[in-house]
Write a protein that binds this ligand. Structure first.
Ligand SMILES: *Cc1c(COP(=O)(O)O)cnc(C)c1O
Length: 366
């Protein structure tokens, strides 16, 4: 029987590579070479300093990131970044920061930013039910905003930008929580990238922040220490007790990306293959499976779709669950169905889902 982990299509926390889970299982009892459980190793140990240093190096290598970026491993999830970013870059400013409202998660960032300073929503997809992203013709960016904020992959709606947005004169800030390390991302065109681990690169509890050094030049000096990026830089992501376990698992995933997958270009190739198979099935289903996102904005990570009726969707969910597929229900905010096909979800698992979906459709038509 296929282990259930391989058929985990959850939107998040997402599937992790089986080889990583096996190493984690061992490390829970004793980390090889250390002889202590990963859950009980001091965050002040040399071992943990080496874990942080290697995780940082691996992320730099995977993205080709230069030394003028800091790589931070923080807590508080992406949600804390919704506040930490404007507290650092917007407080006291008179020019509004530009935000795109392209779906559920970018919508969550807006009120948090507005609490700290002026914002301007440069485009909203609300009128179109967040079924598409803006084209370049619909976007005009100011050249003197403190920064531009957007979400690269709207996890709930299954929408993904396939280009970098904005004005080169304005710092780009991007929430890449659900497509970080899924492909090359031109990281150096961004001034700040944040991504929690639990969609694509680890368990919940750690959030990766890449931040350009000069972005912090005028940051307020009266921030609470925990919310001040500089404190985390000075302490090498060890300001208070960090989530040692989550950081260790994330390190194992970065090793897997480097050594087993062979880097971002190859990861991208695999992810594109998986997404193409699923979208082709939707497109060839005579409208039985209805893709939620506009074709040009389809996410390679989250394939959101509907069936003709909510009752049929319910039946699909219960039958898919019985067949061993987990996590196929849509986000509670939008309903419907969603197959999340993060890095560790294998081509083989996608093949099994395709077979199930074809079979399900055939049985309805009989
Ligand atoms: C899941 C998700 C979030 C929320 O992250 P938390 O770590 O739960 O705060 C934010 N942004 C995006 C794009 C997400 O997919």
């Amino acid at each position: 029987m296929t282990p259930l982990n391989s058929l985990n299509f959850s939107g998040g926390p997402g599937v992790l590579p089986s080889s990583v889970l096996q190493q984690v299982q061992e490390a829970i009892i004793a980390v090889p070479g250390v002889g202590l459980s990963v859950l009980g190793i001091s965050h002040r140990s040399d071992w943990f300093a080496a874990v942080v240093a290697e995780a940082e190096t691996n992320i730099r290598t995977l993205l080709g990131l230069s030394e003028n970026y800091h790589v931070l491993l923080l807590q508080g999830g992406a949600t804390q970044q919704f506040s930490m970013v404007p507290m650092t870059l917007l407080a006291g400013k008179t020019q509004p920061a530009e935000y795109l409202h392209t779906g559920y998660w970018s919508g969550k960032a807006l009120p948090e930013a507005a609490r700290e300073g002026p914002i301007h929503v440069a485009w909203s997809g609300e009128a179109s039910g967040f079924s598409r992203l803006p084209s370049d013709d619909e976007l005009t960016f100011s050249a003197d905003a403190p920064y531009l904020h957007y979400v690269s992959n709207e996890t709930v709606e299954g929408l993904q930008f396939h280009r970098v947005l904005g004005h080169d004169a304005v710092p780009r800030v991007c929430d890449m929580s659900s497509d970080f390390l899924s492909k090359p991302c031109e990281a150096e065109r961004f001034s700040l990238i944040y991504a929690h681990a639990q969609k694509n690169i680890g368990p919940a509890g750690v959030t990766v922040v890449l931040i350009r050094d000069e972005l912090l030049n005028d940051a307020p000096t009266n921030l609470p220490g925990f919310l001040d990026y500089r404190k985390h830089i000075q302490t090498h992501s060890n300001y208070n007790t960090p989530p040692v376990f989550a950081i260790y698992v994330t390190l194992l995933v970065t090793r897997w990306l480097l050594n087993d997958i062979g880097g971002m270009a190859h990861m991208d190739q695999i992810n594109r293959q998986k997404a193409a198979l699923l979208y082709r099935l939707l497109d060839q289903s005579d409208d039985f499976y209805r893709g939620r996102a506009a074709v040009q904005d389809r996410s390679l990570m989250n394939v959101a779709f509907n069936l003709r009726t909510p009752a049929l969707e319910k039946q699909f969910l219960s039958e898919s669950l019985a067949a061993g597929f987990s996590g196929l229900s849509g986000h509670r905010a939008v309903g419907g169905l969603r197959a999340s096909i993060y890095n560790a979800l294998t081509l083989e698992a996608v093949g099994k889902l395709l077979n199930f979906m074809e079979d399900f459709q055939n049985r309805q038509l009989r």
